[in-house]
Design a protein around this ligand. Structure first.
Ligand SMILES: Cc1cc2nc3c(=O)[nH]c(=O)nc-3n(C[C@H](O)[C@H](O)[C@H](O)COP(=O)(O)OP(=O)(O)OC[C@H]3O[C@@H](n4cnc5c(N)ncnc54)[C@H](O)[C@@H]3O)c2cc1C
Length: 539
């Protein structure tokens, strides 16, 4: 047994069972019909309660799930505030009456963070979606928390600006702050945590707090901005953000690099980091993911061909695609942002030279914008390709197909070993007669952060048990290698059981003390992030 596996076996024993937390919260209902009527009468909703305080089946059902595989749970009421002051009024009401509140943005979360497992209020910030002010000189923008990433970038593009945190989904900026989200550009520009200057948050008792002045530096008081990043709605409601933006890059160049196996590919990533190549994106597509994407592209082309008219067929044949290696092999997609197209190309050529030293098998460089777009479309399609690659699920007559999407993050040198071991674990289960899972791995290679996307049948208890064990083994290996169980999706419901193992009792005690001090009535998103929390009903 290798050292990492031995340590991982020890870590595995320290995971707790999060279902207790969930069970202990289920069924609590604090919102009586009388209180619901009182909520509707708040001055902020005067004459508009029918539009802002909703209990229709459609609304309640819609707010019972997110994009994760976790089971749904219904709120009792959905509230749509339109200003920070309204959020404050709603929070004061919920605080006084000890009603649980689960904030949500676009509900694209992958860990069940916005599933209101304690019932109560689902606080949907999507109507708070305005840009409040652009500070051109400082490249900062003041926005409301409900604005979504794509809409924000559409508005910014008119000013030749770009918001540089780019998850593959289209979440709200408030949700991105609350989960500490990141994307492919993290490699150069960092995560949400590095790109938020300050926040306006509403505390559980309704107090409105501006976390920081928007100066470049500040050395006064505790850092409340960072305390609020990644808190997943368990401490306060994020209502407004001042974020950094960048001018749209003048030069961009991309390349696709194909490798025989993962080792040289990962060595290249380390080398490029060590030589301080100025990469803006560096994404790995594992062999299985490339195979899944090839099938997906094939199906897409077939569909387009069937639908197309004669002229469209000719145009389609002329359209340039960026083809992936067939047969599938590990592939790295890289991009450079620079002050000019020439500078970007020169930097990419440096990366290609390093790749040749590492024995790259195939290189395709894209300088034209439309070709670069085609290349990055492949990466953007990865999630949807995995979701639609379900022939094996149909064949085994799966009743309730769901998708697990993990996001462990490790120090770079451990990256290839972790991926290799994960692939072997999945293969071994099938070899030993257990369920066969298609394990698609891809991710943000330069950050040591990878996703493992697996479809499974939630209606089949053997599959669920087997996949849970595989996920825990992956967490254990990652922790043994000095990593974290979540690089960007957060803890939500799914990773509560791993928190003590990752942080240790002492750190968890500090986190609980913080939670207790900020949210002493336990009304903020009960049951998420920290294990064994009290809810409003416990006080
Ligand atoms: C196809 C797909 C691709 C994805 N790719 C990425 C990726 O590349 N990188 C990445 O980081 N994530 C990715 N995700 C996950 C998801 O998009 C992020 O976690 C995102 O930040 C969630 O934002 P949201 O607005 O959808 O939040 P929600 O799902 O609504 O909520 C998420 C959590 O934040 C809390 N929350 C939401 N809004 C607020 C608020 N205003 N104040 C306080 N708490 C709040 C909720 O209570 C919950 O705990 C992907 C998801 C999908 C479906």
């Amino acid at each position: 047994m290798d050292r990492l596996t031995a340590v991982a076996d020890q870590v595995l024993k320290s995971f707790s069972d999060e279902t207790n937390t969930r069970k202990s919260l289920e069924g609590r209902r604090a919102l009586t019909p009388f209180l619901l009527e009182e909520l509707r009468k708040l001055p902020s909703f005067s004459g508009r309660a029918n539009e802002c305080v909703l209990t229709s089946e459609e609304e309640v059902e819609k707010h019972s799930y997110d994009h994760s595989h976790h089971l749904p749970a219904r709120p009792e009421v959905v509230v749509y505030p339109e200003s920070t002051e309204t959020v404050s009024e709603v929070m004061k009401f919920c605080y006084t009456n000890k009603i649980p509140v689960t904030p949500c943005g676009a509900r694209t979360g992958l860990e069940g963070g916005c599933i209101p497992i304690a019932g109560g209020v689902a606080l949907n910030l999507s109507r708070m979606n305005r840009v409040l002010q652009v500070f051109h000189d400082e490249l900062q923008v003041h926005v409301q928390a409900g604005i979504r990433k794509n809409a924000f970038n559409d508005l910014l593009s008119k000013e030749k600006l770009l918001f540089q945190v780019d998850p593959a989904s289209n979440p709200s900026l408030g949700g991105m702050a609350a989960t500490g989200s990141s994307g492919t550009l993290c490699c150069k520009y960092g995560t949400m945590k590095e790109n938020v200057v300050s926040l306006v948050v509403v505390m559980p008792d309704g107090a409105i707090v501006d976390t920081r002045r928007r100066t470049r530096k500040s050395s006064t008081g505790y850092d409340l901005t960072n305390l609020m990043m990644g808190q997943e709605g368990t401490l306060a409601v994020v209502c407004e953000l001042i974020v950094k933006v960048i001018p749209v890059p003048k030069g961009e160049c991309s390349a696709l690099l194909v490798f025989r196996d993962l080792d040289p590919c990962s060595r290249l990533v380390v080398l490029m980091r060590q030589q301080q190549l100025n990469l803006s994106r560096c994404e790995l597509l594992g062999k299985q993911t490339v195979e899944t994407l090839l099938k997906f592209e094939e199906r897409k082309r077939e569909k387009e061909k069937k639908r197309a008219t004669g002229r469209q067929k000719k145009e389609g044949a002329k359209k340039q695609h960026f083809s992936l290696p067939s047969p599938a092999k590990p592939t790295l997609l890289i991009q450079v942002h620079a002050a000019s197209p020439q500078a970007a190309e020169a930097e990419i050529n440096q990366a290609v030279n390093l790749a040749r030293q590492e024995g790259v098998e195939e290189v395709k460089v894209a300088t034209e914008p439309h070709l670069q777009e085609a290349l990055w479309d492949l990466r953007r399609a990865a999630y949807f390709a995995c979701l639609s690659n379900r022939q094996h699920m149909i064949e085994r007559k799966a009743k309730d197909v769901r998708m697990l999407n993990t996001d462990v993050c490790v120090p770079l040198p451990a990256f290839p070993e972790l991926i290799g071991a994960t692939e072997r674990d999945f293969a071994e289960v099938a070899q030993k007669g257990g369920p066969f899972f298609v394990c698609n791995i891809f991710g943000h290679a330069a950050d040591g952060n990878f996703h493992c996307i697996v479809l499974f049948d939630h209606g089949n208890s053997e599959e669920v048990r087997s996949l849970e064990a595989l996920e825990r083994r992956m967490w254990a290996r990652c922790l043994a290698a000095g990593g974290t169980v979540s690089g960007e999706h957060g803890v939500g419901l799914g990773k509560v059981g791993a928190l003590t193992a990752e942080h240790g009792e002492a750190k968890l005690r500090v986190m609980r003390q913080l939670k207790g001090a900020v949210d002493e009535r336990g009304i903020m998103n009960p049951g998420k992030v920290l294990p064994s929390l009290k809810t409003s009903g416990d006080k």
